[in-house]
Design a protein around this ligand. Structure first.
Ligand SMILES: Nc1ncnc2c1ncn2[C@@H]1O[C@H](COP(=O)(O)OP(=O)(O)OP(=O)(O)O)[C@@H](O)[C@H]1O
Length: 275
């Protein structure tokens, strides 16, 4: 394997295949979707989980690799915080959720989820690589990678060493008018990774009296940013309690409106991946 970190092209080359880490022969992952955001707390893990649940409901074999090593929230969102992944001689057996989604996260290996990970960047990046090669994902149609927020070291490692089919960018409306999302999109494109589109989270609220959508931010400026970046919105989620409660139940408990949004976003992502 060549080392992109010391390569003058810094991953921005046409020979990325040679930089990828080979997976173990027991794994056969057909497509990998990275879920990225320009900064933390915008709903990246929530969108990863909604996407995984919907793909599973559609009948696909699905896994989630939680690459957000220092702030892993996937086990809690999937209600599996009490479970532990098992290290065996042939590899790490991921935790499987009730609905059948395979999950690997650092929080599934450590004693208590409140234990902080006090590691430097290269060690964290090494752990992410191991989650790709040493976990027994076996046959998967889709592996969702919940990327660390931002454009730092670990995001770079994931993009350079795991053969991502496309990334979904999660953003809140305020970020679309700043440079935060642009940085992440430009980074992915520089690494020759297909950016499938933007999921805009906490985009509006719904009036409890009349069900009207109330937009909190100026759309015109957001549209200009999207045009400049030549990127499409895959869908928008409101800010609402039902999304916070996804860890408590199945995707249909979201209610038909939200479930419809998740279905539409997932279908658009699959279409973009097939292009
Ligand atoms: N549409 C929404 N409406 C209301 N709350 C939301 C919505 N989306 C996410 N949240 C809440 O916002 C918080 C942050 O969400 P989440 O952990 O998914 O973000 P993140 O971008 O992955 O954060 P980090 O990068 O820190 O892991 C969570 O408490 C989540 O329940």
């Amino acid at each position: 394997m060549s080392n992109c970190q010391t390569c003058p092209s810094n991953g921005n080359c046409n020979d990325k295949e040679n930089c990828m880490i080979e997976n173990n022969p027991m794994n056969n992952v057909k497509k990998i979707i990275g879920v990225m955001s320009g900064k933390g707390g915008v709903g990246k893990s929530t969108v990863s989980v909604l996407l995984a649940k919907k793909l599973k409901e559609m009948g696909y074999k699905v896994g989630i690799l939680d690459a957000d090593i220092t702030g892993p929230s996937i086990p809690r969102l999937l209600n599996i915080s009490e479970k532990r992944a098992e290290a065996t001689e042939i590899g790490i057996i991921p935790v499987t959720t009730e609905e059948g989604i395979k999950v690997m996260s650092l929080n599934l290996l450590i004693d208590a989820e409140t234990q902080p990970v006090i590691w430097r960047g290269p060690v964290i990046a090494g752990a992410v690589k191991q989650f790709w090669t040493d976990v027994l994902w076996e046959e998967l149609d889709y592996l969702i990678i919940d990327m660390p927020p931002g454009t730092g070291d670990v995001a770079l490692t994931v993009m350079q060493s795991i053969p991502i089919s496309g990334v979904v960018m999660v953003s809140v409306p305020q970020d679309l008018v700043s440079m935060i999302v642009a940085k992440a999109i430009i980074m992915a494109r520089k690494m020759n990774i297909n950016v499938l589109g933007v999921v805009q989270n906490m985009s509006y609220i719904i009036c409890p009296g009349c069900n009207e959508k109330i937009k909190l931010f100026d759309e015109e400026e957001q549209d200009i940013t999207l045009d400049n970046l030549d990127i499409n919105i895959l869908g928008e989620f409101p800010m609402c309690k039902e999304i916070v409660d996804i860890s408590k139940g199945k995707i249909e408990n979201l209610g038909s409106d939200l479930d419809g949004i998740v279905t539409s976003i997932t279908e658009r992502i699959l279409k973009e991946l097939d292009k």
